[in-house]
Design a protein around this ligand. Sequence first.
Ligand code: ZN
Length: 69
Amino acid sequence: MDHYADAVFSEPVRCWRMVHDGEGSGRPTFCEEPVIVTGFTRLATGKRIPVWSCDGHLEGVEEPRPEPT
Ligand SMILES: [Zn+2]
C-alpha cells in the first residue's frame, strides 16, 4: 500500500501513515484502515515513538504486536 512521503504521526488507534486520497487531487489524508498492531518507529532524528498501524502499513513498524482493542 502506498503512503505519503515520510509523514508519520503518533496517535492512539489511528494508522500512522498518511496516504493520497485516491481522487487524483494529490492531497494527503489520514489512512483510515482499521488498526491491527501497535509498535514503534524511528524518526530521522533517531527518536523512537509509538505508532499504530493497519495491515497495509506494517513495513517500518518495529516490534509490532497485536492491538489489544
Ligand atoms: Zn494504514
